[in-house]
Design a protein around this ligand. Sequence first.
Ligand code: SAH
Length: 476
Amino acid sequence: MLLTITSAHQPASDLSYLLHKHPDKVHEIEISSGVAHIFYPEVSETKCTVCLLLDIDPVGLVRRNSGPRGNDFALEQYVNDRPYVASSFMSAAIVKAFSTAMSGRCKDKPELVNVPIPLEVELAAIPVRGGEAVVKELFEPLGYTIQMERHPVDPKFPEWGESRYFTLRLTNTVTVQHLLSHLYILIPVCDNDKHYWTGQQEMEKLLEKGKDWLPTHPARVFIALRYLKHQRSLANQAMAMLLKDEVTEDDEEGRTEPEQKIRVHDLRLQAVRDVLVKANAKTVVDLGCGEGKLLKLLLEEKQFEHLLGMDVSYRSLEIAKDKLRLDKLLPKQRQRIELIQGSLTYRDKRIEGFDAAALVEVIEHLDEPRLAALEKIIFKYAKPIDVVITTPNAEYNKRFGNLAAGQMRHSDHRFEWTRAEFQQWGDRLAELYNYSVVYKLVGEEDPEVGALTQMAVFTTKDTTIGAQRFLSYGKQ
Ligand code: SAH
């Protein structure tokens, strides 16, 4: 079984530093199922490829009593697909061969660890229960481009049909550490079989290796269930731990505006709606839509032909579905709106190509590295004509009687910015991604501290984006 990783980052040989494996040597590592060989078939200035060749000993496996189950058919223990495909044995080999890289250490070039680099992975044969759709569901939200080829059961007998084995090529710009952790978890998830007992320890491995990306992966429940071999109670425990930070919008409302009786959140939503109406947007994506309150307002305006709500929280989306009464809408109305689960920290084609994007009280829920990812996802990839962002104005907090100095409005807020901080952030993004930006305050304005909420409205300066959309409406 062969796994190759190719880097086009320059100098390409940096890959060998990151993997802690010298490119001039052939490394051999004993693993419980056999031997893993690591070597570099190509190292040049522009390209570096490393191979992990797994040589599984099926007889040894049975002797060590860790082989696949199937005692009712004795031969199956010796003759099976395990030596030839990517499975949990491959994950075990990855973690043993590249443990330093997986833990995010690099002795000689520590500055490289957090740098995303262009990487291509090839798995010569991987069994996938559920086929192409499952591979897409697992890898696309993490930003991978997928190429896959399904193999027939036997090329000599086409009537036997397709097998569940694929050759899989994945490309992405990611850190080596993340790439390895993606493969470590998702290879056995594709295969949906595991060679060892799944218990508490497995759950801990999942939590540890997936901590940077699994909590916001749209298929996280599916991943946890398959990884933990369908032991729902373990999967639920894992999810509870991964999602302990998730908040509901009602929590937030309760604490954000402790003193104000008027529905400040409604004011905020109306202000966003007004901006979108004025911008003449026809298609809007509401990112971090929560329980769908903005969508509800927008649905009332005929101008909006297509509305998409995205949130990472499945629970919020279920509530949104109810509140928007999606099941009861007439077909013509129903076609105008869609809700999807997704994360703003991974590139997602579904949110690209909209006239406008709204992020109402969302950015402050993301810590710095995630916010940096979000900036790129929105301004570099999704590229709406207009982007409306609201966030708390920290200066206003001193007007709340029950907030101590420096305390934030909600326990899940990672930051709350002053007007100057927000504008500094917005100006930087506008400059970097060729947008213009204006700032507004929402709510009653206090001469000293401003208003409760601050808003930035970005508009692209790239006229080709606007023109393309315009033409696609057939307005000409
Ligand atoms: N925009 C809504 C909800 C605001 S609460 C409103 O104003 O009514 C913040 C929302 O952001 C929550 O629903 C939370 O689930 C969502 N969120 C947090 N991190 C996210 C992420 N990485 N991707 C998508 N949604 C996210």
